[in-house]
Design a protein around this ligand. Sequence first.
Ligand code: IDP
Length: 147
Amino acid sequence: MEKTFLMVKPDGVQRALIGEIVSRFEKKGFQLVGAKLMNISEDLAKEHYGEHKERPFFGELVNFITSGPVFAMVWEGKDVILTARNMMGKTNPAEAAPGSIRGDYAVQVSNNIIHGSDSAESAEREIGLFFKEEELVSYEKAVSVWI
Ligand code: IDP
């Protein structure tokens, strides 16, 4: 079964959106297999966002993501990587569809509430950066046959 890494960013935690975001993925039918509230070190931030290191906003991005606690999660389900990206909405909240998380709750690209892996390769890399294998659980839900 596919897994993805999702993270409520510091703005989402401060704005009390953890429950709302978790609820959306639960109601959709995905399964939470790992989660923790944590602070991101500067080293982890730079590694996580390594692909953006040449971008002009890199410093701002690292400052922002280390500015307060984040809620890191691993979700499992059929096509969860792409589906979660669609549920998040486009990177720039002004272009994110109403009904998506960014479309409903965010205004600025720098404060867009949630991160989600954009491919199977990113998901594997990011899960490995944020979680030890023993922090992830594997379990069967009886309701899964209905989803
Ligand atoms: P994604 O989060 O939708 O995958 P990416 O292009 O990977 O988008 O960018 C990573 C994060 O960098 C975005 O979520 C956003 O918070 C931030 N970001 C992207 N472009 C800008 C910008 O022009 N200014 C400030 N922050 C930006």
